[in-house]
Design a protein around this ligand. Structure first.
Ligand SMILES: Cc1ncc(COP(=O)(O)O)c(C=O)c1O
Length: 377
């Protein structure tokens, strides 16, 4: 688009460079130190970040991994999940969630979502899907909103199932005042650059109160190595958090709560300004939950028209996600076509994500809200 003095600046969907600006000098210094040292795998920076993340979560152990996708797969493998087993998860998530299950050899069992401004797995559906082959529950705190952990945990306990939390989009979200990722046997985090604690490439972590589980995860993530470099106790993989990533993430971690608070303030401003519009479903905040708005998702009758309308006014939007997972070609084998998960499918057809990032300005939010209001007039 041609810009002239009358064209207002674009409102980006997210602006990672802007978020990182206050840290740039320190990040450059840390990166240069690592480069000068010439040591890029493991070492003190990884250990420091793992310890700091564990302390921040109030858990005993953390293992840095290459990304959350492999972190989830490795955690399930460490828990003995594999071929012949079933793992229950949501039909509304990013592809990595079910993919991580499939990569263990286990079967994915999808559930519908709650609906009505709540996009997480419906606990009632979980109960109905449990079979003799179910080994684990993999709820996702999608968009930064905690799942109903109380109900899900009770179901896991009642049926003797493993509980692994997919916290890729929700680092720092709280349920009953406690961080997500501390309720199950393991919490898995992503440091993909756009995440709430975003890194500088791919990265992730597995956290647990169970040191033995983390020791198993660490072994699998490092080619099955035990105490000796050339002694491989199990067949593992290569999924380590880079030294450079760990050192730079360590610098951002102390500010994560403040960054999340800024996201929550932005969400509150959206709510205040959009609340009067009948045709828009705003994201809810369930009881006991403190979401961290990884993205700000609204549901509208005609998504494509709104996206186009906002786009013409220089406002960027996203869709998270345009297709329920049961409708992905990769899961056609499950034979759960259109209509199998009505609430997830409806949300996927009608949702869009408005600009959301910690450094978004009030003027930018107001511009988005004015444009949305104008659209619905
Ligand atoms: C809900 C969810 N789970 C898992 C992942 C996988 O994270 P990573 O990119 O670190 O593998 C993502 C990332 O998109 C995600 O959004």
């Amino acid at each position: 688009m041609q810009r002239n003095s009358e064209t207002p600046p674009q409102v980006p969907f997210a602006d990672i460079a802007r978020n990182l600006k206050p840290y740039a000098e320190r990040l450059h210094r840390v990166a240069c130190e690592i480069i000068d040292r010439g040591s890029f795998i493991g070492g003190a920076p990884v250990k420091s970040f793992e310890e700091n993340l564990a302390a921040w979560l109030g858990l005993s152990a953390v293992c840095g991994v290459g990304c959350a996708t492999s972190g989830l797969t490795i955690t399930m493998k460490a828990l003995g999940i594999g071929s012949g087993d079933q793992v229950i998860t949501t039909a509304n998530s990013a592809m990595p969630t079910p993919e991580s299950i499939s990569l263990t050899g286990a079967e994915v069992v999808f559930c519908d979502i709650e609906g009505g401004g709540f996009y997480n797995i419906d606990p009632t559906e979980i109960e109905a899907k449990i079979s003799s082959r179910t080994k684990a529950l993999l709820p996702v705190h999608l968009y930064g909103h905690p799942c109903n952990l109380e109900r899900i945990r009770k179901i896991a306990q009642r049926h003797g199932l493993h509980l692994i939390e997919d916290c890729a989009q929700a680092q720092g979200a709280r349920y009953r005042g406690r961080y997500v990722g501390t309720f199950g046997e393991a919490g898995v985090f992503s440091f993909f650059p756009s995440k709430n604690l975003g890194g500088f490439g791919d990265g992730g972590a597995v956290a647990s109160a169970d040191r033995e589980l983390i020791a198993k995860v660490r072994r699998i993530a490092n080619h099955g190595r035990g105490s000796h470099k050339y002694l491989h106790e199990v067949v593992g993989t290569n999924s380590r958090l880079d030294t450079l990533q760990a050192a730079m993430l360590d610098l951002l971690l102390p500010d994560l709560d403040a960054m999340n608070a800024a996201r929550r303030r932005a969400a509150a401003r959206y709510r205040e300004r959009l609340a009067g519009i009948d045709d828009i479903v705003l994201p809810g905040e369930a009881e006991h939950c403190e979401p961290v708005y990884h993205v700000y998702v609204v549901v509208v009758p005609d998504r494509e028209a709104l996206i186009e309308f906002l786009g013409r006014r220089g406002i960027a939007t996203g869709i998270h996600y345009p297709r329920a997972l049961n409708l992905q070609p990769a899961y056609a084998c499950l034979e759960q076509g259109e209509g199998a998960f009505p609430k997830a499918e409806y949300a996927c057809r009608h949702m869009l994500s408005l600009p959301m990032f910690p450094t978004i300005g009030n003027d930018e939010i107001d511009r988005v809200c004015e444009a949305v209001s104008e659209f619905f007039k």
